[in-house]
Structures are given as C-alpha cells and as structure tokens.
Design a protein around this ligand. Structure first.
Ligand SMILES: O=C(O)c1cc(=O)[nH]c(=O)n1[C@@H]1O[C@H](COP(=O)(O)O)[C@@H](O)[C@H]1O
Length: 237
C-alpha cells in the first residue's frame, strides 16, 4: 500500500475533474511534481474509463474515486474489475455498511502487498446539518461522521474521507493509524462552491489530514502548478 506522506506537496491530491482526458493528462503533467497523488473521479472515469487511470498513473499514483455503494457481492465484483488498473486508493461509501466494506477488503487483499488503500467516504463534504437531516439523520454531521468512521474501520476500511471539520475528532477517536483523506479544502479567500464543511489546507493538516483533496482551486487557477505550489507552501511541516 502507498505510504503516508510526511509533509508538503506530497500531501496534495489534485482532483482532475473533467470529462476530457487530454485536459486531464495536461493537468497531470503540470502537477506531477507538485503533488503526491492524482485523483480520477467519477467525471473522468465515466468519460474515459480504465485508459484514463492508466494515462494518469504515468504521472503519479492514482486515487480512483468511484465511491462504490452496492450489495457486498457487487462491490467485491467491482473491485475485482478495478484492481488490474492498480489504483493506489479506491473509495466506497461507508453507508453501504460493514458487510459491504468487509467484502471489499477481502477482495482487495487478493492484490497482495500492492493493494489499494480502501477509503470509506463518511458524510459528503457538500452536506450541512439540514441536508443530513433531509436524509433522515437527526445527528450533526460530526456525530454521523464519527459513527460511520468507527464502523468502517472496524469492518476493514484502511482509511476515511471526511471534511476538515471532523479530522481532529477522528484522530482522537481512531488514533494515528487510519489514513485520513480530506476534501472540502479551500485556500483562504477561494470560493467554497458547493462545499459546505470547509477549511484551509493548513487547518486540514493541523487537524490530522494525511492527504488533502483540492479540485477547482487548482484546476481553475490561471496556472494550476503555481496554485498547487502555493498550497504546498502554506502547509506546515
Ligand atoms: O471522495 C471524495 O474525494 C470526495 C468526498 C467528499 O465528501 N467531498 C468531495 O468533495 N470529494 C471529492 O473531492 C473533490 C473536491 O473538489 P473541489 O470542491 O473542486 O475542491 C471532488 O472531486 C469530489 O468528488
């Protein structure tokens, strides 16, 4: 499995959210030296599939963010189909429950020491308390994130996706072991867009994030490499 980064640019995961593989490859080439991992998410994967993962992996290890969420047998089968792409990280929704997560872990183990880090997505960073309540969960986002995180790690997840606002809570609950991958990250002054639970890169890392996921503040900048370098410079240690 990919080792955790110890600091600086290696903590940054730019999200290559585009349906245009040529644009994603150009971003990957520009950002490869300024980040630790590159994220292929649903927009790029739905547009260009496995060849997109192979193309981006030529530049840096790939976080394949497909947020699997289905019955255990189907999720295990999806992982079986994804493992030949050799992603460094794969996401699944914690809300799929312990049997789904355990089935994913058992399947991932078949890839041996090179297996991807399995990350359970807790409460999407775009959701505030009202959005969570609309799904029938009366607890705060932080309480729900903690509940899902404990369950997911006990079921076999290697790490979690959470907002910067829950990272310190999860470190206190779960200790230093689980990988914490944190989107909803915004450099001071940048537009939050559809993200509801946000903080700056430095705040996210101080709270315990191992990696931070940053999309539009990098990909929408006039010079994405300069934007990534500025974020790296803002992260302590
Ligand atoms: O799993 C993720 O990466 C993810 C989980 C989550 O709760 N929130 C979230 O924003 N993400 C992803 O992180 C990226 C954030 O992009 P920006 O909002 O443009 O920085 C997107 O690619 C999202 O798909």
């Amino acid at each position: 499995m990919l080792a955790k980064p110890t600091g600086g640019a290696a903590r940054i995961i730019p999200a290559l959210d585009t349906g245009d593989l040529a644009r994603a490859e150009a971003l990957a080439a520009a950002l490869a030296g300024r980040c630790g991992v590159l994220k292929v998410g649903l927009e790029l994967f739905c547009a260009a599939g496995g060849p997109a993962v192979a193309a981006i992996a030529r530049h840096a290890p790939v976080f394949l963010d497909v947020k699997l969420h289905d019955i255990p047998n189907t999720v295990a089968g999806a992982l079986r189909s994804l493992l030949p792409l050799r992603p460094a990280m794969v996401t699944l929704h914690a809300g799929g429950g312990p049997a789904m997560i355990a089935a994913a872990r058992a399947e991932a183990e078949k890839a041996g020491a090179d297996r991807p880090i399995l990350l359970a997505v807790t409460v999407l960073t775009s959701m505030d308390a009202a959005a969570l309540a609309a799904t029938g969960v009366a607890d705060t986002p932080a309480e729900q994130v903690r509940r899902l995180a404990r369950m997911a790690v006990a079921a076999g997840a290697d790490g979690l996706v959470c907002s910067p606002q829950e990272a310190a809570l999860l470190r206190a609950d779960l200790g230093p072991g689980p990988a914490l991958v944190v989107p909803g990250v915004r450099p001071a002054g940048s537009d939050a867009g559809d993200q509801a639970r946000v903080a700056t890169p430095a705040e996210a890392v101080a709270a315990g994030a191992d990696w931070i996921v940053v999309g539009r503040p990098i990909t929408g900048a006039p010079d994405p490499a300069v934007a990534a370098a500025a974020i790296a410079a803002s992260i302590p240690g």
